[in-house]
Design a protein around this ligand. Structure first.
Ligand code: NAD
Length: 352
């Protein structure tokens, strides 16, 4: 194994970048070589915190550095395409924060650019709460082992109240409220994780049709900005190839409070659980005993979460392993694009 410390450049040093930088700072295989941010104060604070001497407000300056190996992009989604293209053109590996882009066409351009440089390692981040979570492989295996029979319906709801990015969460990041910059509200911000988990465990079924609802303006809060164009509440009903239906609901503010919960209905069994790592490791498995001829019963399955170090740490580890050819791509770009396309179809169906 190489003793070379992988040299990392960070573009954006806001909220999520802090967690990425902590991973790289803690890992003996990596070194943060550059930090870039338009905001000089944020730049200075992070440089001091992580003891990084190379700083700039212009990422092109950083990209000229031959010693730099990989770049992590932690800026708002509207900037991802331009920055991602420049990073790849400069010959650097790329970890792109989610959501990949604000439109399907931008996401596809980024995918095409990544395909042009097969020697560069490129990954998205929507695996963070989803595919790198032990519950993902656990549930996927139950399904592929036939424990549920044919899955005909997935139901997921996660409805919060006044938990909006740009308002109650990361309140200075007003861009979260602007659809042109963020791409969308909770259907986008959380949707990429939901699609990553729910469609991943089912083997990426193809969307046939979607219906949807989007709403905002659900209280009279002062957003602190003129632009508040993202949905606060989104609902979708989708049909996938093979007939599987998926009811999906997400809100960061609505007049209901429903915990994050997934139900998977199969012809021979069902599962009820909260997929996030901070929710219970228990999964309720419901079936009929004696191979379907006996009594309706259930058992609680417990996913072993002991080895899971935390969603951010696992993402950092997975990316470092991928860079060092010691592991697979954490989140394939084509799956990121496919999932964004599904969410955009929901917006279209909702007339949003
Ligand atoms: N905050 C979270 O919990 C979270 C979680 C997962 C993913 N993300 C994603 O990470 C990305 C960043 O989110 P955040 O919450 O850290 O936002 P943030 O607003 O806290 O930080 C973004 C930083 O990027 C800087 N920036 C913007 N454009 C730039 C440019 N062209 N060059 C250099 N710096 C630039 C800003 O000055 C700011 O410091 C988004 O895609 C978001 O969806 C955020």
């Amino acid at each position: 194994m190489s003793t070379h410390k992988t040299q990392i450049g960070m573009i954006g040093c806001g909220m999520i970048a802090q967690a990425h930088m902590q991973n790289f700072a803690n890992d003996s295989r990596t070194e943060i070589r550059w930090i870039v941010d338009l905001n000089e104060k944020a730049l200075g604070d992070s440089a001091q915190k992580f003891d990084v001497t190379n700083t700039t407000t212009n990422y092109s300056e950083m990209l000229k550095d031959d010693k730099l190996d990989a770049v992590v992009v932690c800026t708002p989604p509207l900037s991802h395409l331009r920055i991602g293209m420049d990073v790849l053109k400069a010959g650097k590996h790329l970890l792109m924060e989610k959501p990949l882009a604000t439109s399907v066409s931008d996401a596809k351009k980024l995918l095409k650019a990544a395909e042009k440089y097969p020697d560069l390692k490129v990954s998205g981040c929507s695996c963070r709460h989803a595919r790198l979570n032990p519950k993902f492989e656990y549930v996927k295996k139950l399904i592929s082992d036939g424990k549920l029979g044919r899955v005909y319906f997935v139901h997921h709801r996660g409805v919060g109240r006044q938990g909006r990015p740009g308002l109650e969460y990361n309140p200075t990041a007003k861009w979260f409220l602007n659809r042109d910059i963020a791409g969308g509200g909770p259907l986008y911000d959380w949707g990429v994780y939901d699609m990553s988990f729910h469609l991943g465990i089912l083997g990426e079924p193809k969307l046939l049709k979607a219906d949807g609802i989007c709403a905002n303006g659900l209280d009279k809060v002062d957003p602190g900005t003129d632009v508040f164009t993202v949905e606060e509440h989104g609902v979708a009903f989708m049909t996938f190839e093979g007939g599987m239906k998926y009811y999906w609901e997400r809100a960061n503010h609505a007049h209901a409070s429903i915990p994050n919960r997934t139900t998977i209905y199969g012809t021979e069994g069902g599962l009820q659980f909260g997929y996030c790592t901070w929710e219970s490791p228990e999964i309720e498995y419901l079936y009929v005993d004696k191979k379907g001829r006996g009594k309706a019963t259930s058992k609680t399955l417990t996913v072993n979460m002991k080895k899971h170090k935390g969603d951010m740490q696992e993402l950092g580890q997975a990316f470092i392993k991928y860079l060092r050819e010691d592991g697979p791509v954490p989140m394939p770009m084509d799956v990121e694009v496919k999932n964004l396309e599904i969410i955009h179809k929901v917006y279209k169906a909702a007339g949003w």
